[in-house]
Design a protein around this ligand. Structure first.
Ligand code: BGC
Length: 745
């Protein structure tokens, strides 16, 4: 061992147990170089350490390994070399509650759909930094976050975790969240790679799609998030993609991720997604949650394979190098987690701000904002609004101290059934509304009986009716109707009182057969730790609405590319989306290709109930003309915006491509949220990513020569006047590689 090496390892070992300040004094070394050095000093046993690990949940008969924090998983470290253990927790919306096993609480951010509805990377970044810091303060150094599967299938039970249907919006927001998490020296994943777009049959469904369609849609979202967030790890998915399992997919892992995109971090498996040793050769670097697989393939079998087969020996070194590289790049060894108390009160303010920005006003017939001075009798109906706000189920479930205010069973028994229950955060809409209108008389009705709800509606000035769509990992919604007969109650209440305001707490889009009869509709999603307070502040105009839909709300399921959920007629899913042994399922994503969400609606000329990008405000905005310039720096769009109303608010400027080389299309190519005081104006300039103008053709991007037409959109349907720009023909190999190199990734 050279002196240089031994002193560096000694420092690393010291830092693993001590404080972080020493490292700042020593010269920084590139993570690649450090990783290579450490690998060179690893024994055969040590080479086998970082590449697999168990679940650490303490559920069933699984013990929490020594040194682990109760959480999703654990990978032992190598103290001799100063390599820290990986202590892993879910997920993107907060440090997962794990049914209270740690007996602690964490800040629950609003759902991914709500965060995406902010169209504000700063909110995602701040939220990421918050959950990263909370993870760190609980002893975790890996967050299984960064979910960016596109909403191809709005009935997907995990729609609430993800960031909408558009690759640019979802990718940029996800990148911001990942960067925020990693600023706390906690590795974030980017997941679930890829095309894991529904839960039904998730452990065996085959997502069939052409390369071009995948590159222009789901893969593009991952690629953008990767470039902007530089995640230490990518989690491969359960499903198959064009026949090959997500974690055994040579094309997806070796060719696209590590080849074309130049990714230097490591690929970890989803829990229970490894079915053979050969996965190592096809790009998987770490077997997670190993008790769920038939064998610990990356344990003894991998070590033995490495002893006899140079391909495995080489891969084993590469796997270690990749894991170490991320450990060093994110500073896990230099800044180890320090368990300390968390100021949940202060952090809840961040969750509340995110909710205020992400809640969307869908309809307002002059009913909102409510005037606390004049409204005397308010009926609040349904949605357990006297108790809490809904959250999403499954591994991402997060709760504050004391756990859920209410957990409503969805059937089944045993510990896993607990993950499925519909759980409510301790943030009370009823009390928050009462606090906004202390002089008003408030009635609550649970909404179970139509007659009772109608009677309450009749004797009040205003009705606020809460409706919920509980969604969870492991189960898709059978359709987009509100469950539990809520449509019937809303319709009856709206008929009884014209001042009916509907507040939706949904994971995804829902149908609204009663829409025309309501005075206002608010999409509050799963609004997080301070959701009740945020809803009330917006209803009473203490804050202005600025959220915009990150996914299309269809008028009917017949408008979707897949009018019925794939497998809904054949697969009987269990909690893990397994279905039953021997079943198989495939879904043909070439039906819509890369025209996901609003792009499909534009292609078919279908009018949705509410389009992607839609959202109202208490003020009004006027945008100036759109100018688009094509130069050496690429395409740049600019405009000005003025707040023409009487109160402060935020507009989300959206620029769409409506035809490319004379071919009609619809594509969000830039967006920016801008806050403006009453009467004030601002300028917006957006650089268009060249991939959004191009098509994927024969192994690369192709921008055909011709006229490209752009328009400002209030949303994906309401477009302003068009601006044409001539662009030359261009072909290039993946720009991701160039961008990754530039950022030193
Ligand atoms: C989920 C992942 C999660 C993992 C660990 C899996 O079932 O798909 O998103 O990170 O469990 O809890």
């Amino acid at each position: 061992m050279s002196y240089r090496m031994s002193s560096r390892l000694a420092i690393a070992a010291l830092l693993a147990t001590g404080t972080a300040t020493v490292l700042a004094a020593s010269p920084p070394t590139a993570p690649d170089e450090r990783a290579a050095e450490t690998v060179a000093h690893m024994t055969t046993d040590e080479l086998g350490t970082l590449v697999h690990g168990p679940m650490a949940m303490g559920l069933f008969d699984m013990k929490v390994p020594e040194g682990a924090v109760p959480g999703a998983g654990y990978i032992p470290g190598i103290p001799r070399l100063g390599v820290p253990a990986l202590t892993e927790s879910d997920a993107s919306l907060g440090v997962a509650y794990l049914m209270g096993i740690r007996k602690d609480g964490a800040t629950a951010l609003p759902s991914g759909a709500a965060l995406a509805a902010t169209w504000d990377p700063a909110v995602l970044r701040e939220g990421g930094a918050l959950i990263g810091s909370e993870a760190h303060a609980k002893g975790f150094n890996v967050l299984l976050a960064g979910g960016v599967n596109l909403v191809r299938e709005p009935r997907n039970g995990r729609t609430f975790e993800y960031l909408g249907e558009d690759p640019w919006l979802a990718g940029t927001l996800d990148g911001a969240s990942i960067a925020g998490i990693q600023s706390a020296h906690v590795i974030s994943t980017l997941k679930h790679y890829a095309l894991n777009d529904q839960e039904t049959g998730r452990q065996f469904i085959d997502s069939r799609i052409s390369e071009a369609a995948a590159r222009e849609s789901d893969l593009l979202a991952f690629q953008i998030a990767l470039e902007q967030g530089q995640p230490g790890s990518v989690m491969c998915s359960y499903n198959r993609i064009n026949g090959a399992w997500g974690c055994d997919n040579d094309w997806l892992l070796n060719r696209v991720l590590k080849g074309d995109w130049g990714y230097k971090g490591f690929v970890m498996s989803d829990w229970g997604a490894v079915h053979a040793l050969e996965y190592a050769l096809h790009g998987l670097d770490q077997q997670s949650g190993e008790q769920l697989d038939k064998q610990v393939y990356f344990g003894a079998p991998l070590r033995e394979a490495a002893a006899r087969d140079p391909r495995y020996a080489e891969r084993l070194k590469d796997m270690n190098k990749r894991i170490l590289r991320s450990i060093y790049a994110v500073g896990l060894d230099a800044y180890p987690p320090v368990v300390k108390p968390i100021d949940l009160q202060a952090n809840a303010a961040v969750a509340e701000k995110a909710a205020l920005e992400g809640i969307v006003l869908l309809r307002n017939q002059g009913a909102l904002p409510l005037d606390a001075g004049s409204v005397k009798r308010i009926a609040i109906i349904g949605g357990y609004a006297d108790t809490g706000v809904l959250s999403g189920g499954g591994s991402s479930q997060t709760h504050g101290l004391g756990g859920p205010a209410l957990a409503r069973p969805r059937g089944g028994d045993g510990p896993l059934a607990g993950f499925l229950t519909e759980q409510y955060h301790r943030s009370n809409p009823l009390k928050s509304i009462q606090a906004q209108a202390p002089g008003a008389e408030i009635f609550f009705r649970d909404g179970r009986h139509v007659a009772d709800a109608v009677a309450a509606a009749r004797k009040s000035d205003v009705v606020v009716i809460f409706a919920t769509q509980g969604m969870t990992e492991g189960l898709d919604a059978p359709d987009l109707s509100l469950p539990d007969g809520q449509d019937q109650v809303i319709a009856a209440v709206a008929a009884a009182n014209p001042h009916t305001i509907v507040v939706l707490e949904t994971g995804s889009a829902v149908l609204m057969p009663w829409l025309e009869h309501t005075a206002a509709v608010v999409e509050a999603w799963y609004p997080g730790a301070r959701g009740g307070e945020a809803i009330a502040a917006l209803l009473f105009g203490k804050a202005n609405f600025s959220g915009r839909l990150p996914l299309t709300f269809p008028a009917s399921e017949s408008q979707l590319p897949h009018p019925a959920l794939a497998g809904s007629d054949t697969i009987e899913p269990d909690f893990m989306g397994n279905g039953h042994a021997g079943q198989s399922l495939s879904v043909d994503y070439d039906v819509e290709g890369s025209d996901v969400g609003y792009r499909w609606f534009a292609r078919r000329g279908e009018r949705p109930l509410f389009p992607f990008g839609f959202g109202l405000s208490y003020t009004t905005f006027e945008t100036g003309g759109l100018a688009v310039q094509a130069g050496k720096q690429g395409v740049v769009a600019s405009t000005s915006v003025r707040n023409t109303g009487a109160r402060a608010g935020a507009e989300v400027v959206q620029v769409y491509l409506t035809s490319a080389a004379d071919r009609p299309t619809r594509r969000l190519v830039g967006y920016q949220r801008i806050e403006l005081g009453a009467g004030s104006s601002g300028k917006v300039q957006l650089s268009v990513d060249p991939r959004l103008l191009a098509r994927w053709e024969s192994n690369g991007w192709h921008q055909a020569a011709g006229a490209y037409r752009f328009a400002l959109g209030r949303n994906a349907v309401d477009l302003g006047s068009a601006v044409d720009v001539q662009l030359p023909e261009k072909r290039w190999q993946d720009v991701g590689r160039a961008i990754a190199k530039r950022k030193g990734h």
